[in-house]
Design a protein around this ligand. Structure first.
Ligand code: SF4
Ligand code: SF4
Length: 84
């Protein structure tokens, strides 16, 4: 699953630089995660880095984007291929 930033986000800007896939950006009101780029950090880290650093714990899994570890690994491989 990709992750989702809820409206509890306080725009602290801490998560954006931590994302290894550049999936996080400033949206119109709060930060947003591009589900096409979020791999739950699979391929980079054991834990989602944004969840680790968010001070208000507002980054749950996004139920709209259910993916297996294998699908997340495939997404990671595709992202890496684009940036190779
Ligand atoms: Fe980026 Fe990882 Fe958070 Fe997904 S889980 S948005 S890849 S830091
Ligand atoms: Fe928002 Fe949490 Fe990211 Fe800060 S770390 S910008 S509160 S989602």
């Amino acid at each position: 699953m990709a992750l989702l930033i809820t409206d509890e986000c306080i725009n602290c800007d801490v998560c954006e630089p931590e994302c290894p896939n550049n999936a996080i950006s400033q949206g119109e009101e709060i930060y947003v995660i591009d589900p096409a780029l979020c791999t739950e950090c699979v391929g980079h880290y054991d834990e989602p880095q944004c969840q680790q650093v968010c001070p208000v714990d507002c980054i749950p899994l996004d139920p709209s984007f259910v993916e297996s570890k294998e699908q997340l690994q495939d997404k990671y491989n595709r992202i890496m291929a684009v940036h190779a």
